[in-house]
Design a protein around this ligand. Structure first.
Ligand SMILES: *Cc1c(COP(=O)(O)O)cnc(C)c1O
Length: 215
């Protein structure tokens, strides 16, 4: 199957959710194919490949997301060239964004919902306070939450992980934070996006499933 066919198959399962292509696996040619297949949201993980690809892909339909973890000392290199950041999870990073970004940046707060130990993402309990702290940074606009489910084949566990993000969002909505302008849920990857859809995902970050090449 081609990228075009992969995209069509996935789109049949969606209503109005946005597919962000996780493009770390591919080069600019495949990204050009994505664009002609109707995918214009691209998510990169690494600063260097983002810079290289963005220099080549100048089509103004492209909406650039940064979905990987972002080191504070690399913020300057990309921060004015992305439209969304999916991995805001610490005040130090917010400070660096405040310093270098020229206009408010749409940020998803990364939340740790899976079972695995990881340094990335806030715990669920920390998120409300974090959003309040972010009010002092006028270059940060909170638009949603991002999370990754546990690495398991147990569908119920994955669903419950995603529902944690959904329920947290229900709570946050009620707080009416002035710096939270949208309530998007960035969750679901190639192996679990159907579960993420059931749990209310608004943005899917899809990689391998877009690029696979089978009968
Ligand atoms: C690679 C990546 C994805 C997509 O992963 P697939 O399993 O290939 O769909 C989603 N989110 C992040 C942050 C990634 O790095």
């Amino acid at each position: 199957m081609s990228i075009y066919e992969n995209v069509q198959k996935i789109k049949e399962q969606l209503t109005d959710q946005i597919i962000i292509a996780a493009t770390k696996y591919v080069g600019v040619n495949e990204m050009q194919d994505l664009l002609t297949s109707g995918i214009n949201h691209f998510g990169e993980n690494r600063v260097q490949s983002f810079v290289e690809k963005k220099a080549i892909l100048t089509d103004d339909r492209i909406v650039w997301h940064f979905i990987g973890s972002l080191q504070t000392n690399k913020v300057k290199k990309i921060i004015n060239d992305i439209e969304y950041l999916h991995s805001l999870d610490r005040i130090h990073l917010a400070e660096a964004i405040q310093l270098y970004r020229k206009t408010p940046l749409k940020c998803f707060i990364e939340v740790h919902i899976g079972q695995e130990e990881t340094k990335q993402g806030l715990s669920i309990e920390e998120v409300a306070h974090f959003i309040q702290e972010l009010q002092k940074y006028d270059k940060i606009e909170v638009v949603g939450l991002m999370g990754m489910a546990s690495h398991t084949t147990n569908q119920e566990v994955i669903y419950q992980d995603f529902m944690k993000l959904n329920q947290l969002m229900t709570f946050l909505k009620q707080q009416n934070y002035p710096n939270m302008t949208n309530h998007y849920l960035s969750m679901g990857m190639s192996d679990d996006y159907l579960i993420a859809l059931q749990a209310g995902a608004t943005h899917l970050r899809l990689g391998r499933i877009l690029f696979r090449n089978e009968e």
